[in-house]
Design a binder for this molecule. Structure first.
Ligand SMILES: *Cc1c(COP(=O)(O)O)cnc(C)c1O
Length: 413
């Protein structure tokens, strides 16, 4: 429950940065886990113990793969321990090497998956409206060392899949998508998971549907699926025969059970996400220089990412100051994806890359707000009130917080 903010000194805005009682009595996290039915999970766990089959392609993992393949409408789903490993397995199965074109405005795990395999991520700028890799810029980055294009459906909003596919086909490159954000989303009437050679989902606890930790490769390509399945299990193709270099990417039965329960309880999560999103959208509508990343009418969306773009040339407060104000209120808003992969180690200053003006701008403007089952729409409205108050008293906030002390990070999940 929100706590009424105090007003310790006359004329001081009632914000925690000025000594008022924080608006929330608990911390609100971006990506707090959604757990609807723990009992159903515990029942599945009991069955797992009864069978005494804990991993290595047990019935939970197989059922999860079936459910995902059916939902997406692909012939094959390979469940994997997490999406980062899934991306790596897929890269190896495609024999990617040299360079792969990827956006910089994404979670650093996307780039790490490539670099871990010795592949150079070549960072491409994004479209200012969609925040997704800009197909108009991809062509220019293709060299004789390029082996693939890795798009990311950022926030669960689809990449320009047709334009990317045209380039990939024309230049004989493999196109793959990091769909870690995009479970349950679509591009038009086609579910995400059906594009490119393959797509990779994440079921990490911070995603709206999760398996504690988990990932999955979705593909219609029989040969590719076979290779991924082998690589995932140490390269085994028979009882004691290996076909290739493999790794252990198996998802445990417990994780798969959580994934199955999570998938069955999507309804109430989606409903809450949507209600929270609408409260945010309404509450932030009239703020100068603030844009909320909206769903597109023709695509299905999960409303899991509440992302603001704060234009510092119009808004009275810079994104970073607003974040500071919100943290003091226990609203742990995050600067996704600051500062862009190209400015993070080990990519910073390595080689040269094209200027990424849109990525740079977005990295300084975007702020993700908490949502999900941890909170109610009236609390989202309360967060909006805090933003309004901060904007009204922007001069005082700027004066009171001239230099930003570093924000301490607490792991949300
Ligand atoms: C979460 C995430 C990943 C990594 O997923 P894991 O399952 O945690 O390995 C990769 N890419 C993006 C865009 C993500 O958000």
């Amino acid at each position: 429950m929100p706590v009424a903010a105090g007003n310790p000194r006359h004329g001081t805005p009632s914000l925690a940065v000025f000594g008022a009682v924080p608006r929330f009595s608990r911390q609100l996290h971006v990506g707090a886990p959604n757990v609807v039915d723990p009992e159903a999970f515990i029942q599945r766990l009991r069955r797992i113990f009864d069978r005494n089959r804990l991993t290595n392609g047990g019935p939970e993992e197989r059922e999860l793969e079936q459910v995902i393949a059916e939902r997406v409408g692909v012939r094959h789903c390979i469940a994997v321990v997490n999406a980062t490993t899934a991306l790596q397995i897929l890269c190896r199965a495609l024999d990617w090497h040299g360079q792969v074109i990827v956006p910089s405005f994404t979670f650093v795990g996307t780039a790490h998956a490539l670099a871990w395999l010795g592949i150079q991520p070549v960072f491409c700028d994004v479209d200012p409206d969609t925040h997704n890799i800009d197909p108009r810029l991809v062509e220019d980055l293709i060299t004789e060392r390029t082996t693939g294009i890795l798009g990311v459906h950022l926030w669960g909003r689809p990449c320009d899949v047709d334009a990317l596919q045209r380039i990939a086909t024309e230049r004989k490159l493999d196109l793959v998508f990091d769909a870690a954000h995009a479970w349950g989303c679509s591009s038009g009437s086609t579910p995400i998971g059906r594009f490119g050679r393959a797509e990779v989902f994440s079921f990490h606890a911070t995603k709206w549907v999760h398996a504690f930790e988990g990932g999955a490769i979705a593909t219609d390509d029989d040969e590719l699926a076979k290779r991924c399945a082998a690589i995932k299990r140490f390269g085994f193709v028979g009882y004691d025969r290996t076909s290739t270099l493999g790794i252990n990417g198996t998802m445990s039965e417990a994780a798969a059970a959580m994934g199955l329960v999570s998938l069955k309880t999507e309804g109430p999560i989606l409903q809450r996400n949507r209600a929270n999103f609408e409260a945010y959208a309404e509450g932030l509508r009239r703020l100068p220089g603030v844009r909320i990343v909206q769903p597109t009418a023709e695509n299905r969306w999960h409303y899991h990412y509440v992302v603001l773009e704060i234009d510092e040339t119009v808004a009275p407060l810079h994104r970073d100051l607003l974040q500071r104000v919100l943290w003091e209120e226990r609203v742990l808003a995050r600067r996704y994806f600051y500062p862009g992969c190209h400015r993070l180690e080990p990519y910073r200053g390595v080689g040269t890359h094209r200027p990424l003006p849109v990525t740079e701008r977005l990295a300084h403007r975007t702020l993700a707000l908490p949502t999900g089952l941890q909170m109610e729409p009236h609390e989202a409205a309360s967060v909006c009130e805090l933003v309004h108050t901060a904007f009204e008293h922007a001069a005082a906030v700027r004066k009171g917080l001239p230099e930003l002390p570093p924000i301490e990070w607490h792991e949300p999940a």
